[in-house]
Design a binder for this molecule. Structure first.
Ligand code: FES
Length: 316
């Protein structure tokens, strides 16, 4: 087992809203689990061979459990359906240690949090954490209906939390008007379905908002992890040189060469395969790195990203 993998037991499962279950995971021997920060996610290695990432929604101060929320997605490719239909209390599961691609900037004077549907899982954890630190924060919680909005009663009872339910308003939220009304120096966070994230990113760019953070659990668009020309990857620590042939992903080339590269989603969204780049220019195709992180070319997601030139030097 990869050293960053953990064995846990499904301690409890709860109905949270129409189509949404929460799953509580604990160490089988009751010991403390690795610490995490608000915004983190874990990968669940499900019994059907599928690996999926889910955000942690319980407070980061808790060390005895991880709680995730799982939507029974109509377009499930095997992850959420397995959780809803086959996973049972008492089952032992392998998970990854928590990773955080969606960290909170706790120095912000004000934080604006926007959740769409199941995107509430990291966002509610962040809101609760900011509140526990007496930080200024507000939440816009959007969903198709109240019945499909997990934790809506508790959240909407709090100050500075507003809800937008499409079936009550007859239209999706006006994100442009909402974002334009907020202080420009606030930190803006959004997690939700891909069309909402794409709209959020476009509006934030249009408004030239400087502090924008998003979390994706599906690729923004179908990415092709392979390229049509061959290149070379030099592995500085292993002192190996491998060629990445046309039609093969860098991750597969590394695994074939015997490298133990951690990976999970293979879609450029979980961050598990992030690898330091020492030389060369990656062709970034992931949904994890920010614009500035991409431009710095210091790291890359080897599952989907490739090479702009003929050679990369990696810290592997
Ligand atoms: S395996 Fe998930 S980003 Fe590469």
């Amino acid at each position: 087992m990869n050293s960053s993998l953990i064995s846990v037991r499904v301690q409890a499962m709860r109905f949270e809203a129409q189509g949404i279950l929460s799953v509580e995971l604990t160490a089988p021997d009751g010991t403390a689990l690795p610490a995490f920060a608000a915004g983190s996610h874990i990968d669940l290695h499900l019994g059907n061979g599928v690996v999926r990432s889910y955000s942690l929604l319980n407070p980061p101060t808790e060390q005895h459990r991880y709680v995730v929320g799982v939507l029974n997605d109509r377009n499930s490719r095997g992850g959420s359906r397995y959780v809803h239909e086959q996973l049972r209390v008492g089952t032992t599961l392998t998970i990854s240690a928590p990773r955080n691609n969606f960290p909170l900037d706790e120095s912000a004077a004000h934080s604006v949090l926007i959740a769409g549907g199941i995107g509430i899982t990291p966002i509610s954890c962040m809101l609760n954490h900011l509140r526990s630190q007496n930080k200024s924060a507000e939440l816009l919680y959007c969903a198709r209906s109240r019945a499909e909005a997990a934790f809506s009663a508790t959240l909407l009872a709090q100050p500075d939390v507003s809800g937008h339910f499409d079936n009550e308003r007859g239209a999706p939220p006006d994100l442009r008007a909402y974002l334009a009304s907020k202080p420009r120096d606030a930190h803006f966070y959004c997690c939700g379905p891909t069309p909402m994230l794409n709209a959020f990113e476009a509006i934030c760019a249009e408004l030239d908002l400087p502090n924008v953070h998003i979390e994706r659990f599906a690729a923004a668009e179908q990415v092709d992890a392979v390229q049509s020309d061959e290149y070379v990857a030099e592995l500085a620590r292993s002192k190996k040189v491998i060629s990445v042939p046309a039609g093969k992903s860098l991750l597969d080339a590394l695994l074939d060469a015997g490298l133990d590269v951690e990976h999970s989603c293979r879609e450029g969204i979980c961050g598990a395969c992030e690898t330091k780049v020492l030389e060369g220019e990656p062709e970034h195709r992931d949904g994890v790195l920010s614009k500035s992180e991409r431009a710095s070319n210091k790291t890359m997601m080897v599952c989907v990203s490739g090479c702009k030139g003929r050679r990369l030097v990696l810290d592997l």
